[in-house]
Design a protein around this ligand. Structure first.
Ligand code: HEC
Length: 206
């Protein structure tokens, strides 16, 4: 028993020697055996931060940020809300039209190439997960949809004759059946870019 007390005392002295008493002030940072999350990079509300070049912790919305809704609950004009005309609705004289709208101002060949490039990118971001890279409807998500007996359409089956460009544009914005709409994610110009790219996928599948 004597040895127990002696060794206990020795250990206690050692611990106090290394770690000090609770509440002691140190000039060096304390030894942290279990640091948990004591130190972490973070920004405190309304406080400066050395992380950003301008030294401000609070940030302004980055350029191109889309408001959830404007003052009147209407999306900005690039998103077509409440606008008329083929460019915004895909409709010509009450039916869906074919062809790329003037507003895209495709004058040079390079304009069309740029639009197709954009369409390819946006298709890859928003559509390929379900419709597949080639548009055959065999994207990764389709695999899981199949378990619920939902069939993802192959976009090769939608020729201009039965499914005009304006209609495809409309489906991208508003969705159809089990497909949700993308009008809050894709500005009008990007929707048309996808329509154009979708036509090239169809041509490639022939
Ligand atoms: C979450 C999966 C999913 C995503 C993402 C998706 N779709 Fe679809 N899409 C579907 C399904 C499912 C259908 C079949 C809808 C139905 O008829 O019920 C469909 C149908 C379609 C149709 C056929 C409409 C018709 O008349 O039958 C087109 C065109 C289409 N999608 C284009 C797109 C484009 C372009 C994108 C990207 C902006 C996209 N889809 C993104 C699941 C998706």
């Amino acid at each position: 028993m004597k040895y127990f007390f002696l060794s206990f005392l020795a250990v206690a002295l050692l611990v106090v020697g290394i770690f000090g008493f609770r509440g002691d002030k140190f000039s060096q940072p304390p030894i942290e055996v279990f640091p948990d999350m004591d130190d972490q990079d973070k920004i405190r509300a309304q406080k400066p931060s050395g992380f950003f070049a301008d030294g401000m912790g609070s940030r302004k919305p980055i350029v191109g940020t889309i408001p959830n809704s404007g003052d009147n609950g209407v999306l900005p004009v690039e998103f077509s809300e409440g606008r008329d005309g083929y460019y915004f609705t895909g409709e010509l004289d009450g039916t869906y039209g074919n062809g790329m709208p003037e507003e895209l101002s495709l004058k040079e060949e390079s304009d069309s190439v740029a639009l197709l490039g954009r369409g390819k990118d946006m298709y890859g971001v928003h559509c390929a997960i379900c419709h597949g890279d080639t548009g055959d409807g065999k994207g990764v998500v389709g695999h899981y949809f199949a378990k619920a007996n939902v069939v993802v359409a192959s976009i090769h089956n939608f020729p201009q004759s039965s499914h005009p460009d304006g209609y495809i544009y409309h489906v991208i914005g508003n969705g159809k059946g089990n497909m949700g709409g993308y009008k809050h994610n894709l500005p009008v110009r990007d929707r048309w870019a996808i329509v154009a790219y979708l036509r090239t996928l169809q041509a490639a599948a022939k």
